[in-house]
Design a protein around this ligand. Structure first.
Ligand code: ADP
Length: 255
């Protein structure tokens, strides 16, 4: 029995097909989210990767910002329950999840069965989210995929005092025109994100094991800065960006 989960985010569309609710048959990521062709593309892409037709899928569950606008879905679930289920499937020992996506930050606490117990989220502001790194990537003309490596080369990370990403960008441009290196700017931004996120994490209280999920977890610079700030080991699964889609496919199987 195959089930499909699709996570339609603000920045990317992710999909996963599970076999018998136990093994991952295929996954796909397309780097555009809700309101674009991303959801349809990722749906076709994951079916091709699994070598299946839509009729072979028993149930489809959609999650993420765009979940209400995806017509092949049989059911929709919130990102919170899908992320909890997906991370528990990938890393059963995890009790605290720090999820940073394109538009929001969530900190979730799970029990040993993977049930969501408590959570906190950022307010509507984009500070500390993937959006701030996407903006920095455009300003510096450096792909987000390289930011972790450049962070590791910083010798004097900048202090970025503005929280607002619009003000932070002006501050960064002024630092760059005064000769600051890209590495120190990037490392400064990662530290500023880690400070903001750790404030949220402390509000909930940290219980180990701690994991990071969402696309920003692919940035080792942010992961290192967060581990430094929280003084804990932050575990990252290679499928961290797919956690919501995998959780949705799991919940589809439990219907
Ligand atoms: P959403 O669910 O809101 O669409 P995601 O969890 O998919 O968000 O994360 C998207 C963010 O992940 C992007 O804003 C981008 O900055 C970041 N990202 C995606 N891929 C990478 C990568 N390879 N390295 C670093 N950051 C990445």
């Amino acid at each position: 029995m195959y089930t499909l989960g699709i996570d339609i985010g603000s920045a990317a569309s992710k999909a996963a097909v599970l076999k018998d609710g136990k093994t991952i048959a295929a996954t796909a990521i397309v780097p555009y989210g809700t309101g674009t062709t991303g959801p349809e593309e990722v749906y076709q892409k994951v079916l091709r990767a699994a070598n299946l037709n839509p009729g072979d899928i028993k149930k489809v569950v959609a999650t993420g910002y765009g979940r209400m606008r995806f017509s092949p879905a049989d059911k929709q679930y919130s990102e919170l329950v899908c992320h909890a289920a997906g991370v528990h499937f990938l890393q059963p020992q995890v009790r605290t999840i720090i999820d940073i996506g394109g538009q929001d930050i969530k900190v979730l606490r799970l029990d040993a069965e993977g049930t969501l117990c408590e959570f906190v989220m950022n307010d509507k502001c984009a500070a500390g989210t993937g959006r701030s790194l996407d903006l920095l990537s455009r300003t510096l003309n450096v792909p987000v995929e390289r930011m972790g490596d450049l962070d590791a080369l910083a010798d004097r990370p900048l202090q970025i005092s503005s929280t607002c990403i619009v003000f932070a960008e002006s501050e960064i441009i002024s630092h760059l025109s005064n000769g600051a290196s890209q590495e120190n700017v990037i490392a400064g931004m990662h530290r500023s994100i880690a400070k903001r996120v750790s404030g949220l994490a402390y509000r909930l209280g940290l219980e180990e094991t701690v994991a990071m999920s969402g696309g920003v977890a692919l940035n080792q610079g942010v992961v290192r800065a967060l581990a430094d700030e929280l003084q804990v080991t932050v575990h990252v699964h290679e499928s961290c960006q797919l956690a919501g889609a995998i959780g949705a496919a799991l919940l589809a199987g439990r219907q």
